[in-house]
Every structure is written in C-alpha cells, then in structure tokens.
Design a binder for this molecule. Sequence first.
Ligand code: B12
Length: 334
Amino acid sequence: MRELTWLSDYQQALAERNRAAATDIVTRLLVDGVDPVTVLTEVVAAAQREVGLRWQRGEWTVADEHACTAISVAATRAVAEFVGQLPLSGKTVLVACAEREWHELPAMIIACSLRSHGWNTTLLGAATSPMRFSQHLADIGPDAVAVSCSVLGALPTTRRFIEAASAAGVPVLVGGQAFGRDDARARALGATAWAGDAHSAVAAMNRLPAVVAALPNLPAAAVTEQTVLDVRHRAIVDSVRASWSLTRTPSPVGAGIGTDTLNQTLHAISAALLTGDSRPISETAEWVCDILRARSVNDSAVTELAQLLVAVLADLPLSRRLVEDHFTRCPGQA
Ligand code: B12
C-alpha cells in the first residue's frame, strides 16, 4: 500500500516534469530507511513502464517520454550516490547493454541494485560495442557480467556478449523486457541465469557459479536465416513500406509508427529464430495492434502486414512459417 502512495507521488512529479520533486521523493525514501532496490523497482521502474504505456496508447508524445526518462535517470543517479556510500563485498560485476540497445536506465537500475548489495559495479553505457565490452572484460576480470536487453532487436548482439563472457569463463546474468517473463530466451541464448526484476537479479547474482564453460553454437539454420534477415533488414522494410496501405502514401502515423512497427516485427522474427521461442512474434503482433488501434487504424492493416511479410520472406522458410503461425489477427478482431 505504502508503495502505491510513493508511486503516485513520483508519477505526479513526472507528469509535472518536476525533476527536483522526483529526486526529492526517492532521496526521502532512502533517508527514511526504505530499501534502495524497492525504491528503484516499485517507484522508478514502475513509473517508467507507465510512461511507456502512455506513449503506446497515444496519450503522450515521444518528447513527453524523453522528458520523464531524463527525470528518472536523475532520480536513479540520486539512488546511485546514496548506495555508493555502502560497504563493498569484494565482488565485481560488469553491467552492460548490448549493441543496438539504447535503454540504459534498466541497466543503471540493475547496477545500482547490485551496488546496494556490495557488488563493485562497472556500468558500460547504452549500445556498447563488442570491442569495448571485450576490453573491459579483459581489463577488469569481473566475477560476473550482467546484460540488460529491453528490445528484441538487441537479443542477437546480447548473444555475442554472452559468448564472449562465457569464453572467458565468466558467468552471465541477463534480464530486461526482451527476455519476456521466464528464462526460456535466456537459456536458449546460453546465459548462466535470468532474473525478472532487480530484487531477483540481486538474489540470482549471488547464486552464480564461479566459472562457466564456453557455449555450443546455436542451431545453424536459424542463425543463417537470422543473419540474412539482418543483412536484408532495410530492403525488407523498404519493400513492405512501399506496399502497405499504412505507409505507401505519406501520413504522420505511417512515417513514425509504421516504420517502428515494421522494425519491431522483423526484430521479433530474429529473436524467435535465435531463441526457438515464438512468443516474441505473437507479443509483437499484439503490440502492433494496440499501437495502431490507439491511432484509429483499422485491424485489417495488421492482417495486411502479415500477408506482405509472408510474401517478402518467401525464401526464408523458418521466418515465413513463424509469421504464418504466430503473427495472427488482433485480439477480438472479426
Ligand atoms: C525510456 C524509454 C526509451 C528511451 C531509453 C532512454 C534511457 N536512457 O534508458 C529511448 C528514447 C532511447 C527509447 C528508444 C526506443 N524505444 Co523505448 N522505452 C522507454 C520506456 C518508456 C522506459 C524504459 C525503462 O526505463 N523502463 C523501466 C525499466 C527499469 O523497467 P524494466 O525494463 O522492466 O526493468 C526491470 C526488469 O526488466 C529487470 N531488468 C532489466 N534489465 C535487467 C538486466 C539484468 C541483468 C537483470 C537480471 C534484470 C533486468 O529489472 C528491472 C527493474 O526491476 C519503455 C517502456 C517500458 N515498458 O519500459 C519503452 C519501450 C521499452 N521502448 C520501446 C520502443 C519501441 C522503443 C524504440 C524502438 C522507439 C523508437 N522508434 O525510437 C526505440 C528503440 C531503441 C533501441 N534500439 O534500444 C517499446 C518496446 C516494445 C517492444 N514490444 O519491444 C517500449 C516497451 C515502449 C512501448 N510501450 O511500446 N525508449
């Protein structure tokens, strides 16, 4: 119950774009003895997810989202400063976002949560290059690596981080919305462990083995199709954009949302190929439906998109089948 009041006060501060009030709320909670991980998960992360939903529903613009995120980054920095005073346990962890992953705040929250439990953390920023990651891996020699992944499009590059760390014997904990609600995708990509929130991230981190073995390869056919999809991404987007009723003539919705939904759908196919989990596709289809409905686009645009994708993926049988089977009609569509 208390958490709900904290959350609504914090959400009010975000709605008013009041950075000082938001930072003050989290600082007061910490000074009053509230667990820093609870402040991060129940207040900052929860409010950010609501920000995303407001954008998804068309209530807030991208600019609104950016303004709120900047405030939440400041609030998380205030928590980081507070937990920076707490004692260290002697264990080190490298926290990273893989290439193509621009959602840095979840990684900040995880780094901060681990620091509050004594882990000495090095946080690499958004969209870390593999070279930079490997350099830090070699220089720091961490006890563990934590990789945060929010968008499906960054799961393939996350796999590369998992490979690099495992090859060095370092265990990898993964998490973030792209992994979904269980450990299926994480296991398929070879991660040592997965956790769904910052509380369980701390617990999972403390249970990691000291050393892990190098990983076996992923299934060759799936990897090949995923690579082809990656190489052809722009051409596929352009070809579907030229035919899809939402995007073939210029319109404000088509320009931004149309391209976003196409990119996300192709990323979902890549994610499903690499992980063997088809849920990214059905979940993305629902997300597309939701976004388009919120902007008064008829559900038939989604059915049409599925048909165009099936045609353009004709020579990629695994991908085509995933779309045919899982990119289905919108919930409740006649
Ligand atoms: C802010 C934001 C952005 C900012 C990020 C800035 C920053 N400094 O972080 C910017 C503007 C860059 C951005 C860009 C985009 N975004 Co964005 N973004 C968000 C938003 C609103 C908040 C993200 C956030 O901070 N969440 C709070 C975090 C802390 O919550 P969390 O992820 O659940 O984290 C918890 C767990 O997942 C777990 N966890 C997280 N990481 C880890 C790591 C480990 C190791 C472990 C164990 C656990 C763990 O613990 C956390 C705390 O409990 C979300 C909405 C949402 N639902 O989150 C959309 C959202 C993630 N974005 C989305 C999209 C579509 C995009 C863009 C494609 C849009 C565009 N056209 O630009 C791009 C993609 C960029 C890219 N390639 O990465 C979609 C993704 C949809 C989907 N189906 O995948 C979302 C869900 C919005 C929506 N409702 O549609 N975004």
